[in-house]
Ligand binder design. Sequence first.
Ligand SMILES: [Zn+2]
Ligand SMILES: [Zn+2]
Length: 95
Amino acid sequence: MSTLAVVPDVDTSAAEAEIADLKQRIALIACGTRPGKTQACAQHQKEADKLLRIGSTGAVDALAAAICGSEHRRSCPPCVAKAVAIIGVYNEGAE
Ligand SMILES: [Zn+2]
Ligand SMILES: [Zn+2]
């Protein structure tokens, strides 16, 4: 359902807007979604860059560990679920 045309000169502002949107969604998933919540906290917005980069590799384990934070040695099931959701969002956006 992408409306992006394949052109030699990439419209960088459109691409940037799309990435910004993707990062918003990723940050919100990492932060935790709940009804009425539309924005991630500042902390997770800051991490969106990193999460997007890890998400682009499709590595669920690495992403879950990044979401969980450094104080956890192993990623926990909720964070694995978030990682899967983020990779799903990423793949959707990449199409
Ligand atoms: Zn947060
Ligand atoms: Zn966790």
